[in-house]
Design a protein around this ligand. Structure first.
Ligand SMILES: O=C(O)CCC(=O)C(=O)O
Length: 247
């Protein structure tokens, strides 16, 4: 089932990202948000000191707000259902090829009035796949995402370049990012996504997100898929192969 027109595929190949609106219905997103918030409450209560440092939003110091949670697709049936949805599966298969699997997923919260930015990076630096074209991230907008609440920004065409060195700031070993001097060379294009839409990006595409200056949440689930032949041969962090979700 090919859902993307040739022009959309050409756009993805040229720019390294593509937004598809209305992949999910409003009620799917409402169920995902309700589950995300319930999960967040239990996780906040259980975090140890190191966990608080990494998962809590430093930009909102007056209350305990999560920045992110890992592996929602593996851990939460509501997010498993999103990742294995027939339409999303068809879109991902058209982009990366057959037998896609989810090898990592992340739930980003970006709270109103302070949710912090995610600096520039390439997913393929984190994952180190043996086929650089074999993975795609499907970023599912649980809320409307725009420039005021911290949508993604992409360096158009950077998918056609190399994976470039990343470094972690002191005390943040998991926060691998492109150094500022390199990042300054790229022009970043905002990619607003209405609730229920999906922004797809190639693993080499340089991207970042801005701060949430609004009074609205910007929650999103990033689902990192690889096709059936792609393996993470040189990951920069540790990803547990026993929790990969086949579709
Ligand atoms: O949602 C964000 O702010 C960051 C998302 C991201 O880096 C990704 O989906 O790869």
């Amino acid at each position: 089932m090919n859902l993307l027109a040739p022009a959309q595929m050409a756009d993805y190949r040229a720019k390294g990202h593509l937004t598809v609106r209305d992949v999910f219905a409003g009620e799917d997103m409402a169920a995902a948000v309700a589950d995300a918030q319930a999960w967040a409450e239990t996780e906040i209560a259980a975090l140890d000191v190191a966990g608080r440092a990494w998962y809590l939003e430093a930009a909102v110091p007056d209350r305990a707000v999560l920045r992110k949670l890992d592996n929602p697709v593996y851990l939460r049936p509501v997010f498993r259902a999103l990742a294995t949805n027939v339409k999303l599966r068809a879109l991902v298969t058209q982009i990366v090829g057959p037998d896609p699997r989810v090898f990592f997923s992340q739930l980003f919260f970006k709270a109103p009035g302070g949710g912090g930015p995610k600096p520039m990076h390439q997913d393929n630096f984190y994952f180190g796949p043996n086929d650089l074209d074999g993975m795609v991230t499907a970023w599912v907008a649980l809320d409307d995402a725009d420039e005021s609440n911290g949508c993604l920004y992409f360096a158009d065409g950077s998918n056609l370049g190399d994976v470039i060195p990343h470094a972690a700031p002191d005390g943040q070993p998991f926060n691998l990012l492109v150094p500022n001097a390199t990042a300054a060379k790229y022009t970043m294009t905002p990619a607003p996504v209405p609730r229920g839409g999906v922004s797809f990006h190639h693993g080499n595409t340089l991207h970042q997100s801005s701060e949430n200056h609004s009074d609205r949440w910007r929650r999103a689930c990033a689902i990192h898929y690889a096709n059936g032949k792609t393996e993470l041969v040189q990951p920069a962090l540790t990803y547990d192969p026993s929790i990969v979700v086949a579709l």
